[in-house]
Design a protein around this ligand. Structure first.
Ligand SMILES: C[S@@+](CC[C@H](N)C(=O)[O-])C[C@H]1O[C@@H](n2cnc3c(N)ncnc32)[C@H](O)[C@@H]1O
Length: 209
């Protein structure tokens, strides 16, 4: 079948995927003997490039950390099941249907997940963003208690709206994180880049490291 890749394999987006992998490799306990030891959960794309990167790095081994690709559209998961047949059958990857926040509101549902990548086009100015981030950080803190560490990666659009303009959205995100984490998030933890459609802001949050 023809591969169909929704999000770029190269360029600024690919660099953000590689940065996440190198943080895992260099700063977390989730990398041992060249392999991932915890599950890596991410909102996946059709023809998922993060999984492709992990496979190229030989990061996934049977019985070790898996890739959990989440999407609320069955068609995206079906496409990926067909594109990654051997890896899916070998249990290196699991395709999970549902809304990420609903899934993560069950703190016991994904016991080996240490990396959560909220790679979405949600806006940093979105009115109910706090509700979404509270669920993700709540799950990550619970995983930190179980696994010793957790890594949360946020990818948000810098798109203003009637309530919060673009710059207000950036400030709001920073204030939100300072309040919930109890520390200032440093400028090095943020990274802005331009996707095909819009300016994006990444943030890497290490819990326990
Ligand atoms: C930006 S793409 C993921 C790209 C991929 N991580 C990559 O590196 O190429 C986000 C996908 O997640 C879906 N999505 C967005 N919010 C979601 C949510 N809360 N729960 C489940 N799926 C979601 C979108 O429909 C879209 O298919």
């Amino acid at each position: 079948m023809t591969s169909q890749h929704e999000f770029p394999r190269n360029g600024p987006k690919a660099e953000t995927r590689r940065r996440t992998l190198s943080i895992v490799q260099e700063h977390t306990r989730f990398w041992h003997n060249g392999h991932l030891t915890c599950d890596w959960m991410e909102l996946c794309g059709k023809g998922d490039e993060t999984l492709r990167m992990l496979l190229d790095a030989d990061a996934l081994q049977p019985g070790c950390g898996r890739y959990l690709g989440v999407n609320m559209e069955e068609a995206v998961l079906d496409h990926n099941r067909k594109e990654f047949v051997p890896q899916t059958e070998a249990g290196l990857v699991q395709w999970v249907l549902g809304d990420l926040c609903t899934l993560l509101s069950d703190l016991d549902a994904f016991p080996n997940t240490g990396i959560i990548v909220f790679d979405s086009f949600n806006s940093a100015s979105k009115v109910n963003l706090d509700v979404i981030l509270d669920t993700i950080l709540g799950f990550a803190k619970s995983q930190q208690r179980k696994l010793g560490q957790a890594l949360v990666v946020l990818n948000l659009a810098l798109r203003g709206n009637m309530v919060h303009g673009r710059e207000a959205g950036k400030r709001r995100l920073q204030e939100y994180l300072r309040e919930r984490l109890g520390v200032e998030v440093s400028q090095e933890q943020f990274h802005d880049y331009r996707s095909k459609k819009v300016e994006m802001r990444m943030c890497w949050i290490g819990l326990g490291f």
